[in-house]
Design a protein around this ligand. Structure first.
Ligand code: ADP
Ligand code: MG
Length: 669
């Protein structure tokens, strides 16, 4: 990294640069323009009234003031001797330059020879002509200053910028080199310059990502796992004793997971399926196989509620077996915890279900062989490290209910194997979903009353408040109080939010499950996992604030049995886009479709969650739009790694990857 001080600018500017995450000359060059202004002579046409012309003033300037606001107008003539009236607002400081016969460039909109200028430059067009990069900058920085920094950074680093992409692949794909790509992205002369620059930069980003993923995978494959062996007849009996026939995709997923368990390579598998597709039963079969092989298993859920739910489900599945299951959560008393720790360390417990409490220091497993995490996109490095200390060569399975097409999943989770459940259990009725243009319950109160009258239960989901659990909790409490008041002596209303103690949450959930509560008012803490078959109506306040995959998840809480379920998406938003999204939810019931639509609208970071997913944010590349490049980069990465492994090629290159992984704390020895 080259010292940023070489820019020789002011202390204040260095500080601004730092807030832009720019602390070296390389960072300056990696801060690409987010768009370009293209300045060339432009006349209005049928579609666009944009105008850019060079013209000369032919009349005195008239100026009007209204408070601090001003409006100036004057006549100009262009080189075709055509005359225009020009108006510009709030630029009275330009007046001193606007003398008769001054030549200038006018940028604006034009109708009937009347121009409303957005900008006037007292320069001939020839001096402005070209493509001008526009950077995203913070307060205290100007476009001009930043452009200067880019120039300076380039002068210093010229000749030292090495293409990350190996030469063979530059030739193969006819790419330009990195130095040219960086130059062209900052100082393009033609549109084609930008295109060529992007081709290199996108490919490089994807190749780097894919190489890193493949490298992590290859490292893992080198560690031999434990080839687990067990009595397949017993496993078969277990599957036959399940309360229902498994779907085809459930069977396939189980087969893939069992193969991994048997193999001497460590499992690192991603199991994705739509909400309600039945991932839990797949995980129980896998846990049983691991048990039969003589190992302990752990199932980790993101919330206490979900952990408790899984625990109950597993107890049910395993009731005819000798498997000993325990629930380990933060809300246990110290004494209970210590007791459990004892039992786990003596293998008196076979399967532990819990939250991240499962991997705290004090928990020592006698022989942990298999870990499953639910509703997580990736297993974070920290968690992986914590786990390493719990057992050697542990197999991992990660479950997610934001499914994406298999090809995309393979490319994005490059270091994992992917199993996908697409088929839904038979007899599932799609949840009837309605967008209600309202900010209150009024329009659906009758439906709600009728539904409660026939013995149903209902979820009411409160508005999402960005970054404020406290405000969220308050709004949930208010809604709950209002509803309890309305239904007093008739129905019980329960309240669930993130600021409540775990035991309280647990109590409320149990009361809802037992139908002691008929209306559960909740923030998104019910988002994942809970399963109450008698609750088949859901009302969501301010639905426009939720992501589509999230709405789909929420909606997946109802319609878990054979009854027809309803979901009302309330929103008073007038945004066309928001309404379009909610209407899409009325039509689509396919989690794959919805996540793709969501990905296109909001990008992978938002939908799949960058923090948990560990997915990189690509600077220029777009996972969806540039998917063909991503696929090519993936194939190339596999060839490069293969060559490295078998012919010792790319040694220097691979060492570089290893170093950068270590630097980013992603390398698990
Ligand atoms: P998710 O994939 O969202 O975690 P669950 O595992 O909670 O889904 O399953 C959703 C519901 O479907 C549960 O009530 C479960 O008992 C039921 N289920 C799962 N598999 C089947 C199947 N093959 N046939 C019928 N019902 C099933
Ligand atoms: Mg689930």
């Amino acid at each position: 990294m080259t010292d940023i001080k070489l820019l020789k600018t002011t202390e204040k500017r260095y500080q601004v640069l730092e807030t832009m995450n720019i602390t070296s000359l390389e960072d300056v060059l990696n801060h690409y323009p987010y768009r370009y202004d293209i300045i060339e002579e432009t006349y209005p046409n049928d579609e666009d009234d944009k105008i850019i012309i060079e013209a000369t003033i032919i009349s005195p300037t008239k100026i009007f003031f209204k408070g601090k606001m001003s409006r100036m107008s004057f006549m100009v003539e262009d080189h075709y001797l055509h005359q225009y009236q020009v108006t510009i607002f709030n630029r009275h400081f330009l007046r001193q330059y606007l003398k008769m016969s001054t030549t200038m460039t006018i940028i604006g909109r034009c109708q009937n020879d009347k121009i409303t200028a957005t900008d006037i430059k007292i320069k001939p067009l020839s001096e402005l002509y070209g493509i001008h990069p526009i950077y995203s900058i913070k307060e205290g920085m100007t476009q001009k200053a930043f452009q200067q920094y880019v120039k300076k950074a380039f002068q210093h680093l010229k000749g030292q910028i090495i293409s990350y992409v190996p030469e063979e692949y530059i030739i193969k794909h006819q790419l330009i080199h990195k130095e040219s790509a960086l130059y062209n992205i900052h100082f393009p002369e033609t549109q084609n310059d930008i295109k060529q620059a992007l081709r290199y930069l996108k490919y490089e980003e994807f190749l780097k990502f894919q190489l890193t993923m493949q490298f992590i995978k290859q490292q893992r494959n080198q560690e031999t796992g434990i080839a687990k062996s067990f009595d397949t007849m017993k496993l078969q009996d277990f599957i036959l004793a399940l309360p229902y026939q498994l779907t085809k995709d459930q069977q396939t997923s189980i087969k893939e997971i069992i193969e991994d368990l048997k193999s001497s390579q460590m499992m690192y598998r991603f199991l994705q399926g739509d909400v309600g597709s039945g991932k839990t039963v797949v995980s129980s079969v896998a846990l049983y196989a691991n048990y039969l092989a003589g190992y302990q298993g752990a199932l980790m859920a993101p919330t206490e509620i979900l952990a408790a739910q899984h625990y109950a489900t597993l107890c049910d599945f395993f009731k005819a077996t000798d498997v000993k299951i325990a629930l380990l959560t933060g809300s246990l008393s110290m004494k209970e915890k210590n007791q459990l720790y004892e039992e786990i360390s003596h293998h008196e417990i076979d399967i532990v279900v819990g939250t991240h409490a499962l991997f705290q220091k004090k928990v020592e497993y006698a022989s942990l062989g298999f870990v499953i995490t639910d509703e997580q996109h990736r297993f974070g490095v920290e968690q992986r490290k914590a786990l390493k200390n719990k057992g050697k060569q542990v197999d991992f399975l990660i479950m997610s209910a934001t499914p994406i097409p298999r090809t995309l999943a393979i490319s994005m989770y490059g270091d994992m194997d992917v199993s996908t459940i697409k088929t839904m259990p038979v007899g599932r009725k799609p949840v009837i979903t309605k967008y209600i243009k309202s900010s209150s319950m009024k329009p659906i109160l009758k439906q709600l009353k009728d539904y409660l009258a026939i013995g149903g239960q209902c979820y009411v989901i409160c508005p999402l408040v960005e970054d404020s659990e406290a405000i969220e909790a308050k709004s949930a409490s208010q809604i709950a109080a209002a509803m309890q008041n309305y239904f007093k002596n008739q129905y019980q209303v329960g309240l669930l939010h993130g600021q409540m103690k775990d035991e309280e949450k647990e109590k409320i959930m149990q009361a809802f499950q037992k139908n002691e509560i008929q209306i559960l008012v909740s923030t998104t803490v019910v988002e994942v996992g809970v399963d109450v078959k008698n609750a088949n109506m859901m009302v969501i306040y301010n639905a426009e604030r939720f992501g589509m995959s999230q709405l789909h998840q929420l909606r997946g809480r109802v319609g878990r049995g054979s009854q027809q379920a309803y979901c009302y998406l309330m929103s008073s938003s007038t945004s066309k886009e928001a309404i379009e999204r909610l209407k899409y939810m009325e039509k689509s019931h396919d989690g794959f479709e919805i996540s793709m639509y969501d990905l296109q609208m909001r990008g992978p970071g938002e939908v799949l969650g960058n923090k948990q997913s560990g997915l990189p944010t690509f600077l220029v590349a777009d996972v969806l739009k540039d998917f063909p490049i991503l696929s090519v980069a993936r194939e190339d990465a596999m060839k490069i790694i293969d060559d490295y492994l078998h012919q010792g090629g790319y040694l220097h290159f691979m060492n570089q990857i290893k170093e950068s992984l270590k630097e980013n704390n992603q390398y698990v020895d």
